[in-house]
Write a protein that binds this ligand. Structure first.
Ligand code: NDP
Length: 452
């Protein structure tokens, strides 16, 4: 058995019931096989065994009171996975599905993603099984304060810098940062995704979506194609989906879908700037459901209870590019087959691990340009890194400056993926390229530190 297969088997045995974590480890480690030959020093110092074990995983009780005065108890967690190349960095997810296996998969992915950004950031992730849906602002505030009451002792601007993810946007970051500041009596860059008034960066809200489209544009350019005139399918209707649609529009493409956990909208006329403003207001201010879009725009069709990719498969919807931007494992083999059959030649993952392992194989055998999440959605954390840099400088950059840096970083990530795939013998394989480029930098740093 190879070193890699042994580690994958050990991870399964030692972490029972953590299916998403097993999946993420398998996806990354299987592509690292060529590094075993090239770097015997990594084998000797057991880097492969060490990198799949988090530095620490903290779970904690989060008690808070709802508007009726009833006590609620949730489980919070923070997995600090690896800080070989910089302070821990990664988002917080508030969603009822959150469990340790999901946070570990996200933290593990984050190590390689952060390494690819070229910025000095380690990998971490955290969250809670709290559901912000249907809660009042005061309930969300009391919950966020209770969550920070424990988290504050584990984070710091040079230790661990959390940010947003599913269910954690500007409102939640505001409540958490306000409480951290109160507890510590200091104003530092301990959270990113903050509003401009208290230390945020221009372009941070847009960055993940914009970055996924910049990455797609780079992939398309390798086949002398451009975004202009392409039909795009987007899933989700949150932060990543919203700014993916905005950037596709900027580049002359057309997005014809959005979704939430209740259903899917297909709008054959395309989602222009005005319709997008409606979605942003619906989701970020009124906190409503996506089905309201169909009541507002007659060109739209609503598919109740259906995910986007099932609608694409069942309705035979044609597409050129796919931007999965909702959650993990939203695309299975049957969906991927239908996407390829319906014309899809480019997938740029805004969400983390949205395609399961079988779906990825179908893209690869179908000659689809496949931008894996850790490369394609790295623009968000990269711009968080730029927010940290501005905070340290006590100086703010213009919108153009941040956007230029983001675009440069996405080009750089694309170049690293292409370069590593070619150097390790699989030209054009973005998955292998992203994993190897992200891994080698972290592994070299771990090796330099000795056995710690
Ligand atoms: P938001 O909470 O802003 O939006 C999430 C969207 O996805 C909502 O429309 C939500 O619908 C939908 N969704 C979430 N879970 C499910 C589910 N289980 N089934 C169907 N739909 C679902 O989150 P973000 O846009 O920030 O995050 C989306 C994805 O992008 C995640 O995978 C996240 O990890 C990833 N990501 C985010 C980054 C960021 O900067 N925000 C950075 C890098 C990656 P509903 O409202 O009904 O729940």
């Amino acid at each position: 058995m190879s070193v890699i297969s042994e580690v994958i088997e050990k991870v399964k045995a030692k972490n029972p019931g953590e299916a998403e974590f097993h999946q993420a480890v398998k996806e990354v480690l299987e592509t690292l096989e060529p590094t075993v030959q090239k770097h015997p020093e990594f084998v000797k110092s057991k880097i492969y065994e060490r990198i799949v074990e988090p530095d620490r995983a903290i779970t904690f009780r989060v008690p808070w009171t709802d508007d009726k005065g009833e006590v609620q108890v949730n489980r919070g967690m923070r997995v600090q996975f690896n800080n070989a190349i910089g302070p821990y960095k990664g988002g917080l997810r508030f969603h009822p599905s959150v469990n340790l296996g999901i946070i570990k998969f996200l933290g593990f992915e984050q190590i390689f993603k952060n390494s690819l950004t070229t910025l000095p950031m380690g990998g971490a992730k955290g969250g809670c099984d709290f559901d912000p849906k249907g809660k009042s602002d005061y309930e969300v505030m009391r919950f966020c304060q209770a969550f920070m009451r424990e988290l504050f002792r584990h984070i710091g601007q040079d230790t661990d810098v959390p940010a947003g993810d599913i269910g954690v946007g500007g409102r939640e970051i505001g409540y958490m940062y306000g409480y951290y500041k109160k507890l510590r009596n200091e104003h530092t860059g301990v959270l990113t995704g903050r509003a401009l008034e208290y230390g945020g960066s221009l372009i941070r809200p847009e960055a993940t979506g914009y970055g996924a489209v910049y990455f797609a544009a780079e992939m398309l350019a390798t086949r002398t194609k451009e975004m202009k005139g392409l039909r795009c399918i987007v899933s989700g209707s949150g932060n990543v989906a919203q700014y993916t649609i905005e950037k596709v529009n900027h580049l002359g493409g057309k997005c014809i879908s959005v979704s939430d956990s209740n259903g899917t909208i297909i709008d054959e006329e395309g989602i222009d700037a005005k319709k997008l403003a409606f979605i942003i207001d619906l989701k970020e201010k009124r906190r409503g459901r996506i089905k309201e879009y169909a009541a507002e725009y007659k060109s739209a069709k609503y598919f109740d209870g259906k995910g986007v990719w099932d609608v694409v498969r069942e309705q035979g919807i044609k597409l050129d590019c796919a931007f999965p931007s909702a959650t993990q494992n939203e695309i299975n083999a049957a969906n991927a087959q239908a996407m390829v059959k319906n014309g899809c030649f480019c997938v740029s993952e805004g969400a983390n691990m949205p395609s399961d392992l079988d779906a990825i194989k179908i893209y690869q055998s179908g000659n689809v340009l496949y931008g894996p999440a850790k490369a394609a959605n790295a623009g968000g954390v990269a711009t968080s890194g730029l927010e940290m840099a501005q905070q340290s400088q006590r100086f703010y950059w213009s919108r153009e400056e941040v956007d230029q840096n983001l675009s440069r970083i996405m080009k750089d990530i694309h170049k690293q993926c292409i370069g590593a795939a070619e150097a390790y013998g699989k030209k054009g394989d973005y998955l292998m390229g992203a994993n190897i480029a992200g891994f080698v930098k972290v592994a070299k740093a771990m090796h330099a530190y000795g056995i710690v």
